[in-house]
Design a protein around this ligand. Structure first.
Ligand code: SAM
Length: 233
């Protein structure tokens, strides 16, 4: 799978995609991440990507021209079923694990990172396939959101996680093994730390008892932290 990121701050991604499972998957050729500098599609001496908003007001708006040109150069014959352009925006639909599972079916994803006051709305209306928000808060740029979405989609791809099962038994999984609730708590050694002991069921080596404890603990944690997940149909 190929991930493209269109940004005015390409260096932002220098560290994050060079560590952990995403970096290993890149090295193994399971996925490719291509960072594109939006300024490469400007035609003036100052490489201008933004302009003042119509109607007045504070802040600058990213111009549509360089963004359209970038996407049309990256995908000259775009197949919209396989090549999906995503505008990152606080006004987008909320990104979640279900959206991550849907996006992993695409062949290529291209993330448009906004900055300043945002992106000329014609990008949302006529270029992007969808507009996604990572949560109800405002970031200063789409780059951290792109990181979040790329990471969560990438780890669902076959061959990215060492143990394939580890993306099945985790929070929000909707498979035969899980039903969209939170993961259970995890413990490691020492068995007792500062007087706090690891639950007995996890230490006894009885597989059925461990499964039973994990199921109950996951439900309990979901009830305490995210009760609305138990109300979903
Ligand atoms: N004026 C915009 C608003 O109130 O919705 C905020 C613009 S924000 C300062 C600049 C850029 O950050 C946006 O164009 C978008 O790309 C990104 N951004 C901000 N919050 C985001 C969120 N919750 N999810 C995804 N991207 C976000």
């Amino acid at each position: 799978m190929i991930f493209h990121v269109l940004t005015v701050f390409p260096d932002f991604f220098r560290g994050p995609f060079e560590h952990g499972v995403v970096a290993r998957a890149r090295e193994a050729g399971v996925l490719d991440i291509r960072i594109h500098d939006l300024r490469d599609w400007t035609h003036d001496r100052h490489r201008t990507v933004d302009d003042r908003p119509f109607g007045g007001g504070e802040g600058m708006v990213l111009k549509p021209g360089p963004i359209f040109e970038a996407v049309e150069t990256i995908w000259p014959e775009r197949d919209r079923a396989r090549q999906r352009a995503i505008l990152l925006s606080a006004q987008g639909k909320r990104f979640d694990q279900r959206a991550a599972r849907r996006l992993k079916e695409a062949g290529e994803l291209l993330f448009i990172c906004g900055r300043y006051e945002g992106v000329d709305e014609r990008v949302s209306e006529h270029l992007a396939d969808e507009e996604l928000s990572i949560g109800d808060y405002v970031l200063s740029g789409g780059e951290p959101a792109a990181l979040v979405v790329v990471d969560s989609v990438a780890r669902l791809l076959p061959g990215v996680l060492g143990n394939e099962a580890s993306s099945v038994f985790e929070s929000f999984s909707e498979t035969a093994a899980g039903d969209g609730i939170l993961d259970c708590p995890h413990y490691t050694r020492p068995a007792e730390f500062r007087g706090w002991a690891v639950p007995e069921a996890l230490r006894e080596g009885n597989h059925a008892a461990v499964q039973e404890w994990r199921r109950r603990a996951a439900l309990d944690k979901t009830r305490r932290h995210r009760p609305e997940l138990l109300e979903k149909d």
